[in-house]
Design a protein around this ligand. Structure first.
Ligand code: GLV
Ligand code: MN
Ligand code: MN
Length: 410
């Protein structure tokens, strides 16, 4: 690896460490969409961009954006980046790697005074995880021009609307419909793999072939709260016991169908006391598959199974869809360009699908899009143990630079 790339990778890794300090829940890294720590991280991103002479800003939907002009003013733009929001108790590389790598690419070009045929648009999306607001991917939906106005009315667990959170963040909810990015011709995202395949095969890089589609729902089970000592077992309407049976039914539906995955990731119980039969249980459902028709069939089966359990147990079930993203097959020309870039930096191109969701799946609805994956330790992600090596970071950066330099619009 050229010494310059090593130096850039070292600085990128240091920035990733520094960005991890922006959290609302220290010492854990929790930087939910449009939170105070997200705002501070965005300001830091803007300050780093400024060091290379780039004027970055928060756009109407809460993304951080900057533009590096091409050889001629108003050249079509290749957009590169990823997200800087995180899950709760997150790792420091999911999203932040791709967002900061985009900045590194431009810094490298700016340091050499190099201009390309295309302009580069850098983006640090703000709503990839969907942990605070259920709708999810509103940053990329905004750029792709497909945000639904109802997204602004959704509320977080404390009752704060996305509209108010966006305003406080520095966005402009009234310009939601006007947020579409103009002059963009393609989008590319660098991201950690979040799975074990590359490590198992001893490869630093992978090129994403397709991204799984996803459906998320929220379920509310209403039973009857009652005395834990005085209510016989056959006369109860226990909301938690019903929710537990539902969670197992969801797991069972996905267990034996290859590539289908389904998860109950959050469960809240009310009133939540040792001697009270739970009267209410709320939980989340996340279903993913590479083929949309298989995902939709699984979602319908799950809904039917949950309703049957509710009927048998005499509890009420309310199922609300909160997020839907179609599977995306990455653009063949972008895939070929990324494979060539991987080969050019001395790695063997390896195509692999993404089980995780990404802003790319939304950007791909408006522009040709693709992703480069970098190996992560043990395939672990959504976990503070998330880790990549500086050597892999350097080779990923080199491949991204190569892709960008070779990219031709049209
Ligand atoms: C984002 O990390 C997702 O849930 O796929
Ligand atoms: Mn991510
Ligand atoms: Mn994630």
């Amino acid at each position: 690896m050229a010494p310059k790339t090593e130096t850039q990778a070292r600085r990128l890794m240091a920035r990733l460490d520094a960005l991890a300090a922006f959290t609302d829940d220290p010492p854990r890294l929790t930087r939910l969409c449009l939170s105070a720590s997200h705002r501070r991280a965005a300001e830091q991103f803007i300050a780093w961009a400024k060091e290379s002479g780039l004027a970055a800003r928060v756009d109407a939907v809460g993304n951080v954006r900057a533009r590096y002009e091409g050889r001629r003013q108003d050249a079509p733009a290749l957009m590169i980046g990823s997200h800087i929001d995180t899950v709760r108790d997150a790792g420091r590389y999911d999203g932040a790697l791709g967002a900061l790598a985009a900045l590194s690419v431009v810094e490298g070009l700016a340091a050499r005074g190099a201009r390309l045929d295309v302009a580069l648009e850098i983006v640090a999306f703000g709503d990839e995880e969907g942990v605070r607001f259920p709708h999810t991917l509103t940053g990329s939906r905004g750029l792709a021009g497909i945000n639904e106005p109802e997204a602004l009315e959704q509320r977080d667990a404390d009752g704060v609307s996305m509209r108010d959170a966006l305003k406080a963040f520095g966005g402009d909810p009234d310009r939601l419909a006007a947020a579409r990015a103009e002059g963009v011709v393609a989008f590319v995202e660098l991201h950690i793999e979040q799975g074990p395949v590359l490590e198992a095969e001893g490869r630093p890089l992978g090129v994403v072939s397709a991204i799984n589609g996803a459906t998320r729902m929220s379920a509310v089970v209403t039973g009857t709260a009652g005395h834990a000592g005085a209510s016989p077992m056959d006369l109860r309407r226990d909301a938690l016991a019903a929710a537990a049976e539902m969670a197992l039914a969801i797991e069972a539906r996905a267990r034996f169908e290859p590539e289908l995955v389904a998860t109950v990731g959050r469960l809240e119980v009310e009133p939540g006391a040792v001697n009270v039969i739970p009267g209410l249980a709320r939980f989340s459902i996340d279903v993913r598959a590479p083929r949309d028709e298989r995902r939709r069939r699984a979602v319908a089966d799950i809904a039917a199974a949950l309703e049957a359990i509710a009927r048998r147990r005499g509890v009420r079930l309310e199922l609300t869809p909160t997020h839907e993203a179609a599977a995306y097959i990455c653009d063949p020309k972008i895939v070929a360009g990324l494979e060539a870039a991987v080969a050019a930096v001395g790695a063997i191109p390896r195509l692999l699908p993404s089980g995780a969701g990404h802003d790319t799946m939304v950007m791909g609805q408006s522009w040709p899009a693709g992703m480069l994956f970098v190996r992560c330790k043990g395939g672990i992600s959504h976990n503070p143990a998330e880790s990549i090596s500086q050597e892999d970071c350097a080779i990923a950066l080199a491949a991204l630079v190569r892709f960008v330099e070779e990219f031709r619009a049209g």
